[in-house]
Write a protein that binds this ligand. Structure first.
Ligand code: NAD
Length: 260
């Protein structure tokens, strides 16, 4: 958003954000609150999650997104406190180092990533949709990744497969519930400039360069740029955007030869 412009597209709406304590989730908590939403912050990390909620005058619910009881409680709190569930940003995800090439990745690592990145989205959508159907209104945004659309020789096999699942699940739900007034979109971020990424690439500049060369705009995204896209998808400005793979990747997935 350009400086000085105040957008209040989410005034009075209630938004649940998972993975609210860090990165894209935290930037989105700030953005949705700045647009007038009541934000309910879900995170497994009680310190970071509570800090995010406190900063915006929101509500924190400690929730492990792989746990059905926790997820159900998260959406129940949103409804009980605010009387509606208008937006669900199902964003929590992990990318652990033991998820690597298919030749290396063990079954436990594979399953853990599927649980946190894909089963969690199933659970969150399953919890959110009944509230939204009753209201006949809702916007669900599930975080996938540009790697669900492209092949990477620097593989994280379970991560990629889990995000492919998020795309298919989001598309199907967007179609199934469209006439209930519910839109479901998958957000596909390109690589984002997070503290983890900075640390990794500071140690290994060649690793950063290997990726940067594929990005037409020549830099990684900032978390706030993803948050702006989520705010658009959450708001009525995107009322005809449904069941999409919403790419916010600086053109990575469209590029063959990039500018030098
Ligand atoms: P991050 O690591 O900065 O934040 C993730 C948050 O999720 C943390 O607060 C963490 O505590 C929480 N979390 C982890 N496991 C959880 C669980 N089981 N239950 C509840 N909360 C849990 O991550 P990020 O970089 O902001 O990524 C957010 C999403 O965006 C993820 O789904 C990720 O796969 C996706 N993504 C990130 C990038 C990137 O470059 N950072 C690119 C594409 C997609």
């Amino acid at each position: 958003m350009s400086k000085g412009v105040v957008c209040r597209r989410l005034q009075g709406r209630t938004a649940v954000v998972t993975g609210a304590g860090s990165g894209i989730g935290l930037a989105t908590v700030r953005r949705l609150a700045s647009e007038g939403a009541n934000v309910v912050c879900g995170d497994i990390d009680p310190v970071a999650g509570a800090a995010a909620a406190e900063e915006v005058g929101g509500t924190f619910v400690r929730a492990d997104v792989t746990d059905e009881v926790d997820v159900s409680a998260l959406f129940q709190v949103a409804f009980d406190v605010h009387g509606s569930v208008d937006v669900a940003f199902n964003n929590a995800g992990i990318s652990p180092p033991d998820d690597d090439s298919i030749l290396i990745t063990g079954l436990d690592a594979w399953r853990r990533v599927q649980e946190v990145n894909l089963t969690s989205v199933y659970l969150c959508c399953k919890a959110a949709i009944p509230y939204m159907r009753r209201q006949r209104r809702g916007s669900i945004i599930n975080t996938a990744s540009f790697v669900a659309r492209m092949g990477a020789a620097t593989s994280q096999i379970s991560y990629t497969a889990s995000k492919g699942g998020v795309l298919a699940l989001s598309r199907e739900l967007g179609v199934q519930f469209a006439r209930d007034g519910i839109r479901v979109n998958a957000l596909c971020p390109g690589p984002v400039n997070t503290p983890l990424l900075q640390e990794l690439f500071a140690k290994d500049p060649e690793r950063a360069q290997r990726r940067l060369v594929h990005i037409p705009v020549g830099r990684f995204a900032e978390a706030e740029e993803l948050a702006a896209a989520v705010a658009f998808l959450a708001s009525d400005d995107s009322s005809f955007v449904n069941a999409t793979d919403f790419l916010v990747d600086g053109g990575v997935s469209a590029a063959y030869v990039t500018p030098v």
